[in-house]
Write a protein that binds this ligand. Structure first.
Ligand SMILES: Oc1ccc2c(c1)N[C@H](O)CC2
Length: 117
């Protein structure tokens, strides 16, 4: 998907935490709405409403291709997944609730992992 990326300068340890975090997000039972890109052709309005689509598969591709210059850019992309979800889905919808649970999980885990460093 993304191959000719600029080589990252992020120290390996920072990227290792991002890989651990992403693996936990992908394994979460509420991850199903976020595992792959939203099919823009089959979801009316999504392309117009959501300016920057993002998902866990795309984030994994970017990690593999060293496209994150630092941990912060990784966290910005993960939060983009949840912000897009809150924008497009009602809070009391299935996907809306999954997004809130995933965001709470992510916020807890990255502070735990980063506070340990
Ligand atoms: O009813 C539907 C149908 C498709 C989607 C959603 C809701 N929400 C997702 O955020 C984007 C994809």
């Amino acid at each position: 998907l993304v191959s000719c990326a600029k080589r990252a300068k992020t120290p390996n340890s920072e990227l290792a935490v991002c890989r651990v975090l992403l693996a936990e997000l992908e394994a979460h039972q509420d991850a199903w709405p976020f595992l792959s890109p939203v099919k823009l052709k089959s979801v009316p309005g999504y392309r117009k409403v959501i300016k920057k689509p993002m998902d866990f598969f795309t984030i994994k591709e970017k990690l593999i291709n060293n496209m994150y210059l630092n941990q912060e850019n990784f966290i910005i992309d993960v939060n983009l997944v949840f912000d897009n979800c809150q924008k497009f889905n009602e809070d009391d919808s299935e996907i809306g609730q999954a997004g809130h649970r995933m965001k709470r999980f992510f916020d807890k885990r990255w502070t735990e992992l980063l506070r340990k460093q």
